[in-house]
Design a protein around this ligand. Structure first.
Ligand SMILES: NC(=O)c1ccc[n+]([C@@H]2O[C@H](COP(=O)([O-])OP(=O)(O)OC[C@H]3O[C@@H](n4cnc5c(N)ncnc54)[C@H](O)[C@@H]3O)[C@@H](O)[C@H]2O)c1
Ligand SMILES: O=C(O)C[C@H](O)C(=O)O
Length: 329
């Protein structure tokens, strides 16, 4: 029997990540090859952005995707988020010339307050929200706080790109394919302070840490490479990562919706207090997923070096949270 369509809203739909993301969602890469989707696309109420969105929609139509059961363009989150099952919040204010991090936080806080309220008002109570737009963790936190009528667990931030970057670096180091590496994770903020952690990773049942056996490589090569990968891509491409970010968003939502079969992945989620991370902090954790729910992997030993790195990324997130306190109460 044909499944009923799921409603997926994407903000920033005419941007570069949007362009790499929408076609894959419509192709069934995110929710499955038997799951029809309705796309509810949100862009700013600007003539140029709306015209660009119309162009993207023309191209999506031209693909004649069998799973695409409908598509609408919006400039108001109250209509874009109506009855949705999934929200991929990609659109955000980029850092402009002379803008301090604080200004960026404030500008985005306003966007995510409005969008959180709109989700609260019109989305399905089971809506699953992924925030991609930077600063992703704090934007997700603001949206969550602005939607008190929705369960906090419905709000997540994207750490999956960092997870995938870590996986690819480690796989190359031990000369394995990425599919042969299990139990990778990334703790904390989607920023250079994140802590990519392969201490528990295995390949063919063997410890990846023991195979690498090089703390200097971990500290001086691996962590800076993963942490500063976004900046390296901007430097090389002249534009921030887009296709890899879209791919990570697909991976994140697919695994959340369809399950990981016991395998670990990384999601930015509101802390339940695990590992001493204050409750509600939107933090990257190792998780497994099943039946549309995620579970934090518990009981992992945190050594002194790891604790130091976790403290550092937590401190940054706490400062960001403090910086937007006046907006979310
Ligand atoms: N979390 C991650 O791993 C990750 C990775 C890469 C990029 N990003 C972030 O994703 C965001 C989007 O990146 P991009 O390359 O697509 O940028 P982009 O500038 O190409 O596109 C962003 C789009 O969002 C739209 N937009 C802005 N404010 C909006 C609003 N309030 N409602 C709806 N749409 C809005 C803009 O009009 C634009 O079309 C950026 O914040 C970027 O830093 C995050
Ligand atoms: O680093 C950035 O500004 C872009 C993005 O968050 C990335 O990680 O590629």
């Amino acid at each position: 029997m044909t499944k009923s369509p799921m409603r997926v809203s994407v903000s920033g739909a005419a941007g570069q990540i949007g362009y790499a993301l929408l076609f894959r969602i419509a192709n069934g890469d995110m929710l499955g090859k038997d799951q029809p989707v309705i796309l509810q696309l949100l862009e700013i109420a600007d003539e140029k952005a709306q015209k660009a969105l119309q162009g993207v929609m023309m191209e999506i139509n031209d693909c004649a995707f069998p799973l695409l059961a409908g598509m609408t363009a919006h400039s108001d989150p109250m209509t874009a988020f109506k009855d949705i099952d999934f929200a991929l919040l990609v659109g955000a204010r980029p850092r402009g010339p002379g803008m301090e991090r604080k200004d960026l936080l404030e500008a985005n806080a306003q966007i995510f307050t409005v969008q959180g309220k709109a989700l609260d008002a019109v989305a399905k109570r089971t809506v699953k929200v992924l925030v991609v737009g930077n600063p992703a963790n704090t934007n997700a936190y603001i949206a969550m706080k602005s939607a008190p009528g929705l369960p906090s667990k419905n709000f997540t931030a994207m750490l999956r790109l960092d997870h995938n970057r870590a996986l690819s670096q480690v796989a190359a180091k031990v000369n394995k394919s990425v599919t042969e590496i299990e139990k990778m994770c990334v703790w904390g903020n989607h920023s250079p302070t994140m802590y990519a952690d392969y201490r528990f990773a295995t390949t063919d049942g063997k410890s990846v840490k023991e195979m690498i056996n090089d703390d200097v490589w971990n500290k001086d090569v691996f962590l800076p490479t993963v942490g500063k990968r976004g900046a390296a891509i901007i430097e090389a491409r002249g534009l921030s990562s887009a296709a890899s970010a879209a791919n990570a968003a697909i991976d994140h939502v697919r695994d959340w919706a369809l399950g990981t079969n016991g395998k670990w992945t990384t999601m930015g989620i509101p802390s339940d207090g695990s590992y001493g991370i204050p409750e509600g902090t939107m933090f990257g954790f190792p998780v497994t997923t099943a039946n549309g729910e995620y579970q934090i992997v518990q009981g992992l030993a945190i050594d002194a070096f790891s604790q130091e790195r976790i403290n550092l990324t937590l401190k940054e997130l706490s400062e960001e949270r403090e910086g937007v306190k006046h907006l979310v109460g």
